[in-house]
Design a protein around this ligand. Structure first.
Ligand code: P6P
Length: 281
């Protein structure tokens, strides 16, 4: 596992350099989920693939940018990754990230054994979730990631990231979000899952919601590459990740690019979600 995390550190440094120097223009292609790719999506995917395939303990990799996995003759872990999540935000100079789920024997929620994400912002930070959740920061002089602190979520927070197209929110979901704002929660939503969830984690709590909607009942965010890794991070940090009804890590992936409604946050907020959604199915 340490070998994979060391490879992800090298990937992060190379992707960070590419973000600063490469063209963010669009390419004439879409990824497996139908998202239009920017050149940096393709470059970041090539960087991640290079290092992960060269890692002896990696048996298989699958990228959000590709249809199917690449399988090696040897190795143990399966790595599902989103090499550059929210890449369209680079054009407006907002933070973006990379997400890695490290699985064993499959890609269901129960198969994830560790999760890592990287935030490319004013600083480059990496969060590694194994038994505990650890924050590292890139020292750009030495090109080394330095341990900063362990991350834990409080029982309740003060910030709220309400994703999904509001026009298509189910009425009970809209009422729940409105009630959080009436309680005084502050809106914190950039359109980048990685910085948005990183902020809630570092601020000690709150709620990020990307629900099912009338136009997208299964939500937008992908189980293997985005949802299961962040559900693992939040669970290990003392928080929760649910689909409105169940722990996200009890879910199975129907196919590699399967999506699910998802809510990540502290105990108080997630209990509100579960109360709201109970009986709505
Ligand atoms: P919307 C970025 O494209 C992404 O996959 C996540 O990083 C982010 O949380 C979500 O989509 C934003 O979606 O519909 O608010 O633009």
């Amino acid at each position: 596992m340490t070998e994979i995390i060391d490879s992800i550190k090298k990937i992060a440094i190379e992707i960070s350099d590419a973000i600063k120097s490469k063209d963010t223009g669009k390419v004439e292609s879409t990824n497996a989920s139908g998202d239009i790719q920017v050149k940096l999506d393709v470059i970041s995917d090539e960087i991640a693939e290079k290092y992960l395939l060269d890692t002896s303990s990696v048996k298989e990799i699958i990228s959000e940018e590709k249809e199917k996995p690449i399988t090696k003759e040897s190795g143990k872990y399966f790595v599902a990754y989103d090499p550059l999540d929210g890449s369209s935000l680079i054009d407006v100079d907002l933070s973006v990230g990379s997400i890695f789920g490290i699985y064993e024997n499959g890609y269901d929620g129960e198969d994830i054994k560790a999760a890592v994400y990287v935030v490319y912002g004013p600083r480059v930070e990496m969060v590694v979730a194994r038994d505990v959740v650890e924050l590292f920061r890139l020292n750009e002089k030495t090109n080394e990631f330095e341990f900063i602190k362990e991350l834990k979520l409080e029982k309740k927070g003060k910030i709220l990231g309400p994703g999904g197209t509001q026009k298509y929110w189910y009425p009970y979901h809209k009422e729940m979000i409105d009630n959080f704002f009436k309680e005084g929660y502050r809106l914190r939503y950039s359109g980048g899952m990685v910085p948005d969830l990183h902020q809630i984690l570092l601020k000690g709590g709150g709620l990020f919601a990307y629900p099912g909607t009338e136009d997208k009942p299964k939500g937008k965010l992908r189980k293997l590459f985005e949802v299961f890794p962040f559900a693992y991070v939040y669970k290990k940090a003392g928080g929760f990740g649910v689909d409105g009804y169940n722990d996200l890590l009890t879910l199975k992936a129907e196919h590699y690019h399967d999506t699910t409604p998802c809510f990540f946050g502290s105990e108080y907020e997630i209990n509100k979600v579960l109360q709201t959604y109970k009986g709505q199915k």
